[in-house]
Design a protein around this ligand. Sequence first.
Ligand SMILES: Cc1ncc(COP(=O)(O)O)c(C=O)c1O
Length: 390
Amino acid sequence: MALTDPSTRLEAIPPYMFAELSRRVEAKQAEGVDVISLGIGDPDMPTYPHIVEAMQAAVADPSTHQYPSNKGRPEFREAFARFYRSRFGVEIDPETEVMAAIGAKECIYNLCFAFLDSADIALASDPGYPVYTAGPALAGAEAVLLPLLPDHGFAPDLDAIPADALERARLIFLNYPNNPTGATVADGLFERVVELAREHEILVVHDNAYSETTYDGYVAPSFLATPGAKEVGVEVFSLSKGFNMTGWRCAAILGNADAIQSYWHLKTNVDSGNFEAVQLAGAAALDGPRSSIEEMNAIYARRRDLVVAALAEIGVEVTAPKGTIYVWAPVPEGQTSMSFVELVLEEAGVLVSPGSMYGPSGEGFFRISLTTPDKRLSEAVERLREHLAP
Ligand SMILES: Cc1ncc(COP(=O)(O)O)c(C=O)c1O
């Protein structure tokens, strides 16, 4: 073994997919192609001004300059309690039922280390956000996939989970509005998940990264609004997408107090919390006006319609999603996810994500992110029409 060889756990994990996608774009650009990337879901517009102003004041406040408490500033936790009450009708005890996280990604990853031993299983949506499978693997446990299929409304078939997996499962990862499928939660799904979690003693982790990014009047619920949810689960709420704050690393875990205590136990041994100025800015975001979110959603809805119309013209029929910043679409007949992504990159100089990167059930699909500035997105759409129309 060489001294730089990574651990077998790390070696078993494929390279993080966006790192891989970036490499492909760079190679194409080196050939002189002006690639338009519709790959990563990273809002292109700036963080809302009132949040930036709150940050400017917070950064000048010396009380934010020392090590943060892992629990989070009271102002941050109290803002979350207010937000969950007014937005979702959910009561949160700011002392015990909410804690700061350095982004949802950190939180989900660390939950794997807090709850999984080597013989344990995490049930993970497939296709899904990659940390639902990489986290368990890095923690030395196993992920069992829950296929999300179009004819089941992209909801997992809970009755199809093998008995052995249910017995060994300690975590279940769900995410609605869903990345990458754009699906909203199916009626009754959260209720059935609460029952399943009670029966098999599985901690539910609902990844609420997109509840504020919805269209056509759809209002996304919190998992914690489901009766009994707090007894069996937590919700990870990220400010990244809804508030254009991906760079700030600002999120929280809410819900079951005992689970949050274990997360805290793990976190105090792993990191030193989230810059308190970021937490104060996060509080300003949660307490702030909804108009900025609504304006952003109007922009995404317009872009979504542009993309859906262009796809129809190249023979790809999709239903416009009611949430998230993604359009999830089937590849044309005779193509695989990867062959289609390569075709689009070669012919049109446009990068879309292959569905297969989000799990085996994503094969046969591709994902377009709506986070490209209007002008570039229009050009990408034009190129698709020009090069791929039948
Ligand atoms: C479903 C889902 N969860 C979590 C994240 C990451 O959130 P954060 O920026 O808070 O780490 C993303 C980002 O794309 C996501 O799609």
